[in-house]
Design a protein around this ligand. Structure first.
Ligand code: SAM
Ligand code: SF4
Ligand code: SF4
Length: 341
């Protein structure tokens, strides 16, 4: 059995987030503002995207060195043609101990009704759907393409029908935009087995106009919900879980909060991120990634990919969220839609 690889702060490599496209049909105001991601924006040309076989080779190298969880993201991952075929290939892999992997997707849900059955059949384990409001007008304004709420709710319904039982909802909370919707979202999914996770608006990338005044601290989200539906904290489901968990005292399920601004969790960050064009990033806030595509396309062996991965991870020092300040918020860094969250 190969030992798990640790970085310079003693953190193991456990999760690999794979961005399969930098394109998206939404223009969420906090992620791909229209003014920047307009008609002239230069997305990656097709030949620069990793093929499914290339993605699988990198995933396999990661798995040999500790990766247990794979998450497909983007851009919008369900826009990548034949995405279920990639799921099928990844679902055939297992850990060196012979355990199956945990394979998840994060999606805006716009194509979920159409894709859920094929993804399930291909071996996808879990689905996370991003949903920022249950008010149709607010939802349309936040995705900024006038996409109707009902179609995403339909996607969630179909995902349940085809057998996904560990569905999560991601809600990014932005002050003055959807903070008044928090309790309604919690209520909608309370008692359904679907867990909502409220995410603090982050200063990812440099185009979303982030400032601290727009961040709603998780403590405030919890206080709002707790005032109506009493909550109590519960321990993490596994070490390094990004969300802090709270359960309803009446036993009707749980919610989570992801507090990367007010309570950074870099000390337990075990995630590597692979961009759609094959660059490996060791932090969401990095300015640059490590190019694995050139290595792959030079005809390298699997051992060479593993060596590159181990070299990158063992040199990792990142802990951006612990350092966040007025100065760092102006630093160069990649966009969320490129690296996938
Ligand atoms: N398009 C897919 C989606 O929206 O689920 C996957 C990619 S998206 C970049 C991944 C997650 O990042 C989504 O849940 C989204 O809400 C979240 N996200 C994007 N920009 C963010 C920001 N500035 N702060 C916090 N979360 C953000
Ligand atoms: Fe697209 Fe997801 Fe970014 Fe929204 S958050 S613009 S759906 S990539
Ligand atoms: Fe991980 Fe970087 Fe986020 Fe810290 S700031 S939790 S190191 S991705």
């Amino acid at each position: 059995m190969l030992a798990s690889t640790t970085d310079r702060r003693g953190r193991a490599l456990r999760d690999l987030r794979i961005s399969v496209t930098d394109r998206c049909n939404f223009r969420c105001v906090y992620c791909m503002p229209k003014e920047i991601f307009g008609r002239d924006f230069a997305f990656l040309p097709r030949e620069q995207l990793l093929s499914f076989e290339e993605i699988v080779r990198i995933a396999r190298a990661g798995i040999a060195h500790g990766v247990h969880k794979l998450r497909l993201t983007g851009g919008e991952p369900l826009l990548r043609r034949d995405i279920e075929e990639l799921v099928r290939l990844l679902a055939q892999l297992c850990t060196p101990e012979g355990e199956p992997l945990d394979i998840a997707v994060t999606t805006n849900g716009s194509a979920l009704a159409h894709k859920a059955a094929a993804l399930r059949e291909a071996g996808l384990n879990r689905v996370t759907v991003s949903l920022d409001s249950l008010d149709d007008a607010t939802f349309r304004a936040m995705n900024d393409i006038d996409f109707p709420l009902e179609r995403v709710l339909d996607g969630i319904r179909v995902a349940r029908e085809v057998g996904f039982d560990a569905i999560k909802i991601n809600t990014v909370v932005k002050r003055g935009v959807n903070d008044d919707d928090v309790t309604a979202i919690a209520e909608r999914f309370k008692g359904t087995g679907i867990t909502v996770r409220f995410i603090e608006f982050m200063d990812v990338g440099t185009t979303n106009g982030w400032n601290l005044d727009q961040v709603v601290p998780s403590a405030e989200v919890i206080a709002r919900i707790d005032a109506v539906h009493p909550l109590e904290p519960i321990p993490p489901a596994y070490p390094g879980e990004t969300a802090t968990r709270w359960r309803y005292r009446d036993g009707d399920g749980e919610i989570g909060v992801i507090s990367s601004v007010t309570q950074p969790f870099c000390g337990a960050c075990t995630r590597a991120r692979l961009s759609a064009d094959g660059k490996l990033f060791t932090c969401l806030f990095a300015a640059r990634g490590h190019d694995l595509r050139t290595l792959l396309r030079s005809g390298c062996s699997d051992v060479e990919i593993e060596d590159a991965l181990v070299g990158i991870w063992s040199g990792r020092e990142d802990h951006y969220s612990e350092l966040r300040s007025a100065e760092t918020s102006h630093a160069e860094r990649i966009e969320m839609s490129y690296i996938g969250g």
